[in-house]
Design a protein around this ligand. Structure first.
Ligand SMILES: Nc1ncnc2c1ncn2[C@@H]1O[C@H](COP(=O)(O)OP(=O)(O)OP(=O)(O)O)[C@@H](O)[C@H]1O
Ligand code: SF4
Ligand SMILES: [Mg+2]
Length: 355
Protein backbone atom coordinates (compact mmCIF):
# COMPACT_ATOMS: atom_id res chain seq x y z
CA UNK A 1 0.00 0.00 0.00
CA UNK A 2 1.36 3.41 -0.90
CA UNK A 3 0.88 6.30 1.50
CA UNK A 4 1.15 9.44 -0.57
CA UNK A 5 -0.93 12.58 -0.02
CA UNK A 6 -1.15 15.29 2.60
CA UNK A 7 -2.05 14.48 6.15
CA UNK A 8 -2.59 16.37 9.34
CA UNK A 9 0.48 16.29 11.55
CA UNK A 10 1.52 18.61 14.34
CA UNK A 11 4.02 20.10 11.87
CA UNK A 12 1.37 21.04 9.29
CA UNK A 13 0.80 24.76 8.66
CA UNK A 14 -1.39 26.09 11.42
CA UNK A 15 -0.60 23.22 13.75
CA UNK A 16 -0.02 23.91 17.41
CA UNK A 17 3.58 23.99 18.51
CA UNK A 18 4.92 22.43 21.69
CA UNK A 19 6.08 19.02 22.68
CA UNK A 20 2.85 17.27 23.48
CA UNK A 21 0.93 15.91 20.51
CA UNK A 22 -2.19 18.02 20.06
CA UNK A 23 -5.56 16.39 20.75
CA UNK A 24 -7.52 14.66 17.99
CA UNK A 25 -10.17 17.38 18.26
CA UNK A 26 -10.27 20.77 19.91
CA UNK A 27 -13.43 22.87 19.63
CA UNK A 28 -13.31 26.40 21.08
CA UNK A 29 -16.27 28.74 21.58
CA UNK A 30 -18.16 27.21 18.67
CA UNK A 31 -21.22 29.15 17.56
CA UNK A 32 -23.65 28.18 14.80
CA UNK A 33 -26.63 30.43 14.25
CA UNK A 34 -29.10 29.86 11.42
CA UNK A 35 -31.25 32.62 9.95
CA UNK A 36 -34.92 32.00 10.72
CA UNK A 37 -38.13 33.80 9.93
CA UNK A 38 -38.38 36.60 12.44
CA UNK A 39 -34.99 36.01 14.06
CA UNK A 40 -32.08 33.63 14.39
CA UNK A 41 -31.83 29.99 15.56
CA UNK A 42 -29.09 29.74 18.15
CA UNK A 43 -28.42 26.04 17.50
CA UNK A 44 -24.92 26.09 19.05
CA UNK A 45 -23.89 28.94 21.30
CA UNK A 46 -20.34 28.80 22.64
CA UNK A 47 -19.41 25.12 22.83
CA UNK A 48 -15.86 24.13 23.82
CA UNK A 49 -14.71 20.52 24.03
CA UNK A 50 -11.63 18.39 23.45
CA UNK A 51 -11.25 14.80 22.30
CA UNK A 52 -7.82 13.44 23.19
CA UNK A 53 -5.96 10.99 20.97
CA UNK A 54 -7.60 7.61 21.42
CA UNK A 55 -10.31 9.07 23.65
CA UNK A 56 -14.07 8.59 23.27
CA UNK A 57 -16.15 11.61 24.26
CA UNK A 58 -19.91 11.19 24.40
CA UNK A 59 -22.08 14.19 23.50
CA UNK A 60 -25.56 13.78 24.98
CA UNK A 61 -28.66 15.91 25.37
CA UNK A 62 -32.26 15.87 24.29
CA UNK A 63 -33.52 16.33 20.74
CA UNK A 64 -32.82 19.81 19.38
CA UNK A 65 -30.03 20.63 21.84
CA UNK A 66 -27.52 21.12 18.99
CA UNK A 67 -25.49 17.89 19.05
CA UNK A 68 -25.63 17.17 15.31
CA UNK A 69 -24.89 20.79 14.47
CA UNK A 70 -21.66 20.50 16.51
CA UNK A 71 -20.83 17.25 14.64
CA UNK A 72 -21.50 18.83 11.24
CA UNK A 73 -19.27 21.82 12.06
CA UNK A 74 -16.49 19.52 13.32
CA UNK A 75 -16.33 17.60 10.02
CA UNK A 76 -16.89 20.83 8.07
CA UNK A 77 -20.11 19.75 6.41
CA UNK A 78 -21.23 23.05 7.91
CA UNK A 79 -19.24 26.20 8.65
CA UNK A 80 -19.53 27.71 12.13
CA UNK A 81 -20.69 31.27 12.66
CA UNK A 82 -17.81 31.77 15.12
CA UNK A 83 -15.24 29.79 17.07
CA UNK A 84 -12.56 27.32 16.01
CA UNK A 85 -12.26 23.62 15.19
CA UNK A 86 -8.80 22.05 15.29
CA UNK A 87 -8.12 18.49 14.18
CA UNK A 88 -4.76 17.19 15.35
CA UNK A 89 -3.77 20.79 16.08
CA UNK A 90 -4.70 22.11 12.63
CA UNK A 91 -7.30 24.86 12.44
CA UNK A 92 -9.77 23.72 9.78
CA UNK A 93 -12.57 26.13 10.67
CA UNK A 94 -12.44 28.28 7.60
CA UNK A 95 -10.27 26.37 5.14
CA UNK A 96 -11.55 26.38 1.55
CA UNK A 97 -12.83 23.12 0.05
CA UNK A 98 -9.64 22.78 -1.95
CA UNK A 99 -7.37 23.17 1.07
CA UNK A 100 -9.59 20.95 3.16
CA UNK A 101 -9.68 18.05 0.66
CA UNK A 102 -6.27 16.46 1.46
CA UNK A 103 -6.94 16.86 5.19
CA UNK A 104 -10.31 15.08 5.05
CA UNK A 105 -8.66 11.70 5.54
CA UNK A 106 -8.11 12.61 9.17
CA UNK A 107 -11.75 13.00 10.22
CA UNK A 108 -14.85 11.10 9.24
CA UNK A 109 -18.51 11.12 10.10
CA UNK A 110 -20.64 8.01 10.53
CA UNK A 111 -24.26 9.02 10.03
CA UNK A 112 -27.37 7.88 11.83
CA UNK A 113 -28.98 6.41 8.73
CA UNK A 114 -26.58 4.32 6.65
CA UNK A 115 -29.16 4.01 3.82
CA UNK A 116 -29.05 7.75 3.22
CA UNK A 117 -25.27 8.06 3.42
CA UNK A 118 -24.23 5.23 1.05
CA UNK A 119 -24.47 5.78 -2.71
CA UNK A 120 -27.02 3.17 -3.92
CA UNK A 121 -25.36 2.94 -7.37
CA UNK A 122 -21.97 1.93 -6.03
CA UNK A 123 -20.86 -1.55 -4.99
CA UNK A 124 -19.79 -2.03 -1.39
CA UNK A 125 -16.22 -2.58 -2.60
CA UNK A 126 -16.16 0.83 -4.30
CA UNK A 127 -17.82 2.54 -1.35
CA UNK A 128 -15.23 1.21 1.10
CA UNK A 129 -12.29 1.71 -1.27
CA UNK A 130 -13.20 5.19 -2.50
CA UNK A 131 -11.49 7.21 0.27
CA UNK A 132 -8.32 5.10 -0.17
CA UNK A 133 -8.36 5.80 -3.91
CA UNK A 134 -9.18 9.50 -3.46
CA UNK A 135 -6.29 9.99 -1.06
CA UNK A 136 -4.05 7.86 -3.30
CA UNK A 137 -3.33 5.46 -0.47
CA UNK A 138 -3.84 2.28 -2.53
CA UNK A 139 -4.61 1.20 -6.12
CA UNK A 140 -5.27 -2.03 -8.07
CA UNK A 141 -4.74 -5.32 -6.23
CA UNK A 142 -3.51 -3.57 -3.07
CA UNK A 143 -6.75 -1.60 -2.95
CA UNK A 144 -8.89 -4.74 -3.41
CA UNK A 145 -6.90 -6.54 -0.75
CA UNK A 146 -7.28 -3.64 1.70
CA UNK A 147 -11.05 -3.49 1.08
CA UNK A 148 -11.26 -7.24 1.83
CA UNK A 149 -9.35 -6.70 5.10
CA UNK A 150 -11.57 -3.79 6.10
CA UNK A 151 -14.74 -5.80 5.42
CA UNK A 152 -13.42 -8.64 7.53
CA UNK A 153 -12.53 -6.18 10.34
CA UNK A 154 -16.14 -5.03 10.48
CA UNK A 155 -17.43 -8.61 10.44
CA UNK A 156 -18.50 -8.86 6.77
CA UNK A 157 -17.59 -11.59 4.28
CA UNK A 158 -15.42 -10.60 1.26
CA UNK A 159 -18.28 -11.48 -1.18
CA UNK A 160 -20.20 -8.48 0.18
CA UNK A 161 -17.82 -6.27 -1.85
CA UNK A 162 -19.77 -7.09 -5.04
CA UNK A 163 -23.18 -6.22 -3.56
CA UNK A 164 -24.99 -2.89 -3.49
CA UNK A 165 -26.23 -1.22 -0.29
CA UNK A 166 -29.93 -2.11 -0.87
CA UNK A 167 -29.02 -5.83 -0.86
CA UNK A 168 -27.77 -5.58 2.73
CA UNK A 169 -29.53 -5.33 6.11
CA UNK A 170 -29.41 -2.05 8.09
CA UNK A 171 -26.76 -3.45 10.45
CA UNK A 172 -24.61 -4.61 7.53
CA UNK A 173 -24.95 -1.19 5.87
CA UNK A 174 -23.77 0.54 9.05
CA UNK A 175 -20.79 -1.86 9.15
CA UNK A 176 -20.00 -0.79 5.56
CA UNK A 177 -20.08 2.91 6.51
CA UNK A 178 -17.80 2.22 9.47
CA UNK A 179 -15.36 0.34 7.18
CA UNK A 180 -15.42 3.28 4.75
CA UNK A 181 -14.85 5.84 7.51
CA UNK A 182 -11.93 3.88 8.96
CA UNK A 183 -10.36 2.94 5.62
CA UNK A 184 -7.93 5.87 5.69
CA UNK A 185 -7.08 5.58 9.39
CA UNK A 186 -8.55 8.87 10.60
CA UNK A 187 -7.48 10.55 13.85
CA UNK A 188 -11.09 11.34 14.62
CA UNK A 189 -14.39 9.59 14.03
CA UNK A 190 -17.59 11.53 14.63
CA UNK A 191 -20.43 9.04 15.09
CA UNK A 192 -23.85 10.76 15.10
CA UNK A 193 -26.42 8.34 16.57
CA UNK A 194 -24.76 5.45 14.70
CA UNK A 195 -27.20 2.82 15.95
CA UNK A 196 -30.49 4.64 16.46
CA UNK A 197 -31.83 3.84 12.97
CA UNK A 198 -31.07 0.11 13.42
CA UNK A 199 -33.20 -2.70 14.78
CA UNK A 200 -32.80 -2.97 18.54
CA UNK A 201 -31.55 -6.54 18.01
CA UNK A 202 -28.45 -5.37 16.07
CA UNK A 203 -27.70 -2.14 17.93
CA UNK A 204 -25.53 -3.85 20.57
CA UNK A 205 -23.43 -5.71 17.99
CA UNK A 206 -22.67 -2.49 16.09
CA UNK A 207 -21.76 -0.71 19.36
CA UNK A 208 -19.50 -3.61 20.33
CA UNK A 209 -17.85 -3.41 16.92
CA UNK A 210 -17.21 0.32 17.33
CA UNK A 211 -15.77 -0.26 20.82
CA UNK A 212 -13.46 -3.06 19.56
CA UNK A 213 -12.24 -1.05 16.56
CA UNK A 214 -11.65 2.02 18.71
CA UNK A 215 -9.62 0.00 21.21
CA UNK A 216 -7.56 -1.70 18.48
CA UNK A 217 -6.91 1.37 16.34
CA UNK A 218 -6.89 4.12 18.94
CA UNK A 219 -8.73 6.82 16.99
CA UNK A 220 -10.41 9.65 18.88
CA UNK A 221 -14.20 9.52 18.75
CA UNK A 222 -16.95 12.07 19.30
CA UNK A 223 -19.94 9.86 19.97
CA UNK A 224 -23.24 11.72 19.65
CA UNK A 225 -26.23 9.94 21.13
CA UNK A 226 -29.49 9.96 23.07
CA UNK A 227 -28.66 6.55 24.43
CA UNK A 228 -27.18 7.03 27.89
CA UNK A 229 -26.53 3.32 28.39
CA UNK A 230 -24.51 3.30 25.15
CA UNK A 231 -22.51 6.33 26.17
CA UNK A 232 -21.76 4.84 29.58
CA UNK A 233 -20.48 1.72 27.82
CA UNK A 234 -18.38 3.48 25.18
CA UNK A 235 -17.27 6.90 26.42
CA UNK A 236 -14.28 7.90 28.53
CA UNK A 237 -15.73 11.36 29.04
CA UNK A 238 -19.20 12.83 28.60
CA UNK A 239 -20.37 16.32 27.63
CA UNK A 240 -24.01 17.17 28.34
CA UNK A 241 -25.68 19.69 26.00
CA UNK A 242 -28.74 21.81 26.69
CA UNK A 243 -30.13 24.37 24.25
CA UNK A 244 -26.90 25.03 22.38
CA UNK A 245 -24.56 24.94 25.37
CA UNK A 246 -22.53 22.32 27.24
CA UNK A 247 -23.74 22.43 30.84
CA UNK A 248 -21.51 19.70 32.30
CA UNK A 249 -18.43 17.73 31.21
CA UNK A 250 -16.73 15.00 33.23
CA UNK A 251 -15.15 11.54 33.02
CA UNK A 252 -17.98 9.05 32.34
CA UNK A 253 -17.66 7.15 35.62
CA UNK A 254 -17.63 10.37 37.68
CA UNK A 255 -20.60 11.81 35.83
CA UNK A 256 -22.70 8.68 36.33
CA UNK A 257 -21.64 8.34 39.97
CA UNK A 258 -22.38 11.96 40.91
CA UNK A 259 -23.98 14.28 38.34
CA UNK A 260 -23.69 17.89 39.57
CA UNK A 261 -25.79 19.92 37.15
CA UNK A 262 -29.55 19.68 37.74
CA UNK A 263 -30.13 18.88 34.05
CA UNK A 264 -27.58 16.03 34.13
CA UNK A 265 -29.20 14.76 37.32
CA UNK A 266 -32.59 14.70 35.56
CA UNK A 267 -31.19 12.98 32.44
CA UNK A 268 -29.38 10.29 34.40
CA UNK A 269 -32.32 9.67 36.74
CA UNK A 270 -34.05 8.00 33.78
CA UNK A 271 -31.26 5.42 33.25
CA UNK A 272 -32.07 2.02 34.78
CA UNK A 273 -29.55 0.83 37.39
CA UNK A 274 -28.76 -2.92 37.33
CA UNK A 275 -28.91 -3.13 41.15
CA UNK A 276 -32.63 -3.17 42.27
CA UNK A 277 -32.11 -1.59 45.78
CA UNK A 278 -30.08 1.23 44.17
CA UNK A 279 -32.83 1.65 41.58
CA UNK A 280 -35.46 1.95 44.34
CA UNK A 281 -33.31 4.49 46.20
CA UNK A 282 -32.92 6.64 43.12
CA UNK A 283 -35.69 9.09 42.40
CA UNK A 284 -36.77 9.78 38.85
CA UNK A 285 -36.68 13.53 38.13
CA UNK A 286 -39.41 14.46 35.68
CA UNK A 287 -38.77 17.69 33.81
CA UNK A 288 -41.88 19.65 32.94
CA UNK A 289 -42.34 21.42 29.64
CA UNK A 290 -40.46 21.06 26.37
CA UNK A 291 -37.04 22.30 25.41
CA UNK A 292 -37.58 26.06 24.88
CA UNK A 293 -37.21 27.41 21.34
CA UNK A 294 -33.63 28.32 20.40
CA UNK A 295 -34.96 31.17 18.21
CA UNK A 296 -33.86 34.64 19.22
CA UNK A 297 -36.50 36.96 17.80
CA UNK A 298 -35.51 39.95 15.71
CA UNK A 299 -35.39 43.04 17.87
CA UNK A 300 -34.78 41.06 21.08
CA UNK A 301 -31.90 42.38 23.13
CA UNK A 302 -29.18 39.71 22.65
CA UNK A 303 -27.67 40.68 26.03
CA UNK A 304 -30.99 40.13 27.74
CA UNK A 305 -31.50 36.89 25.83
CA UNK A 306 -28.31 35.44 27.27
CA UNK A 307 -28.80 37.05 30.68
CA UNK A 308 -30.22 33.91 32.28
CA UNK A 309 -29.55 30.24 32.75
CA UNK A 310 -31.04 28.53 29.71
CA UNK A 311 -32.34 25.73 31.90
CA UNK A 312 -34.20 28.02 34.32
CA UNK A 313 -37.65 27.45 32.76
CA UNK A 314 -37.50 23.74 33.63
CA UNK A 315 -35.02 23.53 36.49
CA UNK A 316 -36.57 22.22 39.74
CA UNK A 317 -33.97 24.22 41.71
CA UNK A 318 -34.15 27.56 39.89
CA UNK A 319 -33.83 30.66 42.08
CA UNK A 320 -34.26 34.34 41.17
CA UNK A 321 -30.60 34.75 40.19
CA UNK A 322 -31.04 32.04 37.51
CA UNK A 323 -33.51 34.28 35.67
CA UNK A 324 -31.24 37.31 35.58
CA UNK A 325 -27.68 36.01 35.33
CA UNK A 326 -26.13 33.35 33.09
CA UNK A 327 -23.94 30.93 35.10
CA UNK A 328 -20.24 30.85 34.17
CA UNK A 329 -18.67 27.68 32.76
CA UNK A 330 -16.40 26.72 35.63
CA UNK A 331 -13.74 24.03 35.97
CA UNK A 332 -13.86 22.32 39.38
CA UNK A 333 -10.95 20.62 41.14
CA UNK A 334 -10.41 17.31 39.32
CA UNK A 335 -11.27 18.84 35.95
CA UNK A 336 -15.07 18.53 35.85
CA UNK A 337 -16.70 21.47 34.07
CA UNK A 338 -20.12 22.68 35.08
CA UNK A 339 -22.27 25.77 34.67
CA UNK A 340 -24.78 26.22 37.48
CA UNK A 341 -24.97 28.95 40.13
CA UNK A 342 -25.73 26.42 42.84
CA UNK A 343 -22.69 24.17 42.36
CA UNK A 344 -19.94 25.25 44.77
CA UNK A 345 -16.32 25.78 43.72
CA UNK A 346 -15.46 22.70 45.81
CA UNK A 347 -17.96 20.62 43.78
CA UNK A 348 -20.76 20.54 46.34
CA UNK A 349 -24.01 20.29 44.41
CA UNK A 350 -27.70 20.41 45.23
CA UNK A 351 -29.97 17.44 44.49
CA UNK A 352 -32.61 18.17 41.86
CA UNK A 353 -34.62 15.19 43.14
CA UNK A 354 -35.11 17.01 46.49
CA UNK A 355 -35.69 20.66 45.69
N1 LIG B 1 -30.15 24.17 8.75
C1 LIG B 1 -30.85 24.58 9.80
N2 LIG B 1 -31.62 25.70 9.71
C2 LIG B 1 -32.33 26.16 10.77
N3 LIG B 1 -32.33 25.56 11.98
C3 LIG B 1 -31.60 24.44 12.14
C4 LIG B 1 -30.82 23.90 11.05
N4 LIG B 1 -30.19 22.78 11.51
C5 LIG B 1 -30.55 22.64 12.80
N5 LIG B 1 -31.39 23.63 13.17
C6 LIG B 1 -32.00 23.81 14.50
O1 LIG B 1 -30.94 23.83 15.44
C7 LIG B 1 -31.32 23.17 16.64
C8 LIG B 1 -30.35 22.06 16.94
O2 LIG B 1 -30.53 21.03 15.97
P1 LIG B 1 -29.64 19.70 15.98
O3 LIG B 1 -30.09 18.88 14.83
O4 LIG B 1 -28.21 20.06 16.05
O5 LIG B 1 -30.08 19.02 17.35
P2 LIG B 1 -29.76 17.55 17.91
O6 LIG B 1 -29.31 17.72 19.32
O7 LIG B 1 -28.84 16.84 16.98
O8 LIG B 1 -31.19 16.88 17.90
P3 LIG B 1 -31.58 15.32 17.65
O9 LIG B 1 -31.24 14.64 18.94
O10 LIG B 1 -33.05 15.37 17.39
O11 LIG B 1 -30.79 14.80 16.50
C9 LIG B 1 -32.76 22.72 16.44
O12 LIG B 1 -33.62 23.68 16.97
C10 LIG B 1 -32.89 22.66 14.94
O13 LIG B 1 -34.23 22.87 14.54
S1 SF4 C 1 -28.18 28.03 37.34
FE1 SF4 C 1 -30.18 27.90 38.33
S2 SF4 C 1 -31.63 27.33 36.70
FE2 SF4 C 1 -29.56 26.92 35.98
S3 SF4 C 1 -29.22 24.80 36.44
FE3 SF4 C 1 -28.39 25.95 38.16
S4 SF4 C 1 -30.08 26.10 39.62
FE4 SF4 C 1 -30.97 25.45 37.69
MG1 LIG D 1 -29.03 15.09 15.86
Amino acid sequence: MTTAGAQITPDSPGAATGREAPPALEVRDLVRHFPARGGVVRAVDGVSLTVGRGEVVGLVGESGSGKSTVGQCVVRLDTPTAGTVRIGGVDITRLSRRRLRPLRKDFHLVYQDPSASLDPRMTVGRIVGEPLALHRMATGDALRERVGELLSQVGLRPEVAARRPHELSGGQRQRVSIARALSVDPQLLVADEPTSALDVSVQASVLNLLADLQRDRGFGCLFITHDLAAVEFLADRIAVMYLGEIVEQAPAAELFAAPKHPYTQALLSAVPVPDPPAQRARERIVLHGDLPSPVLLKGADPKKAVGDCRFHTRCPLAVERCRTEAPQHRTLPGGRQVSCHLVGDDGTAPDAARP
